[in-house]
Ligand binder design. Structure first.
Ligand SMILES: C[S@@+](CC[C@H](N)C(=O)[O-])C[C@H]1O[C@@H](n2cnc3c(N)ncnc32)[C@H](O)[C@@H]1O
Length: 341
């Protein structure tokens, strides 16, 4: 049997070092909310012989291939095909009240980018799909062929930081009226023709930002993240840690804001001491966002836009996430929705 395609885990040494103090105790549980090809998960299972990993991925191929990659650790992993905003339901279904670590490594994996059939890449011809979860309702072709020009332009500007968003949106609308746009290379050509000739020669493939924007829209990536990070923070036990790797300024802003809300004392100004319910539940482990070092950037160009933020729970919340997870390893029934694999 061929081993599945690898994904070089980004900032792996940093992730391992930050999570190490939280994951060493027997019975510790880590949620890898973006399992991918289990690059980080495998390293962490190797570091901590007593660790159990709950691995979540929206992409069924990632779950199937990780099951192969993690066969030696199968007694210590629960693999769940679901989106990460279902983390509360998933943990309840597995019988875990709280966990010692959570890792998010956002975005798209190398095997997804390199698989021409998925339509994530502007460099290979494929149907315009871009769904992380191939049972999802919306494809990139749906977006490109049905959204009004204004909405397309807004998506390209906001999610792709594309300065020629309006021109590209108008070109898409013009082209689709002649024939539906259903392939990646046709879309890439439309983008290229829509931007000024002088800018075509600089800054890499001009379709890159459009493809990123469509992927974010198709998978509701920002909405899912806004729901998932607070739910993940709720699940972390005292002494537990969360690490988030993001690759886009909008993702990083969502993470920064969610961490800031939990690490800030909300006692009204002027009071001499912190009010009990106002003390921060978490402390930041990173000041600002950390970046990969030069050696990693040279070895793995796909790490270029990575930003890492991390925090540790220092105070229990009013309900739950107080100490250790209740039922280490006990497998409850998974409620309807996410499927346990
Ligand atoms: C950058 S890769 C993770 C790679 C992984 N850390 C590794 O080392 O192999 C991101 C993964 O997150 C998954 N993903 C993206 N959005 C998701 C969501 N909303 N819920 C769950 N998984 C998601 C993708 O399918 C992809 O496999």
């Amino acid at each position: 049997m061929n081993m599945p395609a690898a994904h070089v885990p980004v900032m792996a040494d940093r992730v391992r070092a930050i999570l190490a103090p939280a994951l060493g105790a027997p019975g510790a549980v880590l949620v890898d909310a973006t399992l991918g090809r289990a690059g980080h998960a495998r390293a962490l299972l190797g570091d901590h012989p007593g660790l159990t990993v709950v691995g979540i991925d929206a992409d069924e191929a990632a779950i199937t291939e990780s099951r192969q990659l993690l066969v030696a650790e199968q007694d210590r992993v629960h693999l769940v095909h679901s989106t990460y905003d279902q983390i509360t339901v998933i943990l309840a279904g597995l019988g875990f009240d709280s966990v010692q670590g959570v890792l998010f490594d956002l975005g798209v994996s190398s095997p997804q980018l390199d698989d021409p059939g998925r339509g994530f890449s502007y460099a290979q011809d494929a149907p315009l799909d871009m769904r992380m979860d191939q049972s999802g309702p919306l494809t990139a072709a749906d977006v490109v062929n049905t959204y009004p020009a204004d909405r397309l332009a807004r998506i390209l500007r906001d999610y792709g930081e594309e300065r020629f968003a309006r021109r590209i949106a108008d070109a898409i609308v013009g082209e689709r009226s002649r024939e539906p746009i259903i392939s990646t290379l046709r879309l890439a050509d439309i983008v290229k023709s829509a931007i000024p000739a002088a800018t075509r020669r600089t800054g890499g493939n001009p379709a890159k930002r459009t493809f990123q924007a469509l992927r974010i829209e198709v998978n509701d990536e920002l909405g899912a993240l806004r729901r998932a990070v607070p739910a993940a923070l709720d699940a972390v036990a005292v002494g537990g840690r969360i690490v988030v790797l993001s690759y886009h300024s909008l993702e990083d802003r969502i993470v920064k804001r969610a961490l800031s809300e939990r690490t800030t004392d909300t006692t009204p100004p002027g009071l001499p001491v912190s009010l009990p319910g106002s003390r921060p539940q978490f402390r930041l482990l990173t000041s600002g966002a950390q970046r990969p070092d030069d050696a990693e950037l040279a070895a793995n160009p796909r790490a270029a836009s990575a930003r890492l933020r991390a925090a540790e729970r220092v105070l229990a919340s009013a309900q739950g996430a107080t100490g250790s997870n209740r039922a280490t390893g006990s497998k409850g029934a998974i409620p309807p929705g996410p499927a346990a694999a």
